[in-house]
Design a binder for this molecule. Sequence first.
Ligand code: FE2
Length: 263
Amino acid sequence: MSRECMESIRNFKVDKGSAALWWLGQMGFLVKTPAGTLFAIDAYLTNSCKKIGDSLGLNMDRRVPIFIEPEELDVNHFLCTHSHQDHADPETLGRLRKERIETFVGPGLACESFASCGVDRAKVQQTYPGGKLQVSDLTVHGTFAMPTDDSDLNHMGYVLAVENGPRIYISGDTDYSDLLAHVRKLEPDVMIGCINGGFNNMSHWEAAELAALIQPKVAIPCHYDMFPDNASDPQQFRACLKLKAPQVRYEQLDYVKPFVVKS
Ligand SMILES: [Fe+2]
């Protein structure tokens, strides 16, 4: 199942002027460009957070299936928004077949996680809010994100801009801040935002406020589904979006089903 899933994504053809997205749960996404380049973002492909949850008396037993085993993940570039374990997961990183991944991109502490999990430092590309990297036919813009606690003060988000195509904003884990509105300058077509409210992330209400400020065409909720003790209802985001940003279309993605974005 895992191998077939990866193969179908690898074989999926992306038309010029568009991008394809697959949701893996939590903030894990795959993005494919017309050149056929595949990017993983915050791919959490194990159940490693269960142990942390158990030690804290929290239920962090993943409830989203693992659609692609780490060993099967066949992407060109691996991006993380910060170092927390549901984003830059040491077990996922440790089990990846790293030889087929060209670069590992993230802010400082995420880069330390890459290196400590066996990624060759020559493949690690550090970036930052306001930074810009050209990777294949995609420009990776780093965006601001407000840290949710002091365990990693280096959170960020991304706007992934396909050459002559759509721009996709992924918020990363972030507390609400007026500074997030700077993303509007990058004119994203799609906003993918955390909505869970737990552990200091944006709530559904705050994420809808952010959509009103940024004005994407489409808003997609994420990071509400993986853990019993960090879950929320995306319908609340849909309802808030109706009130705060009625011109922004709500889309709730199905897992590992291609969602094609055009600019
Ligand atoms: Fe998270």
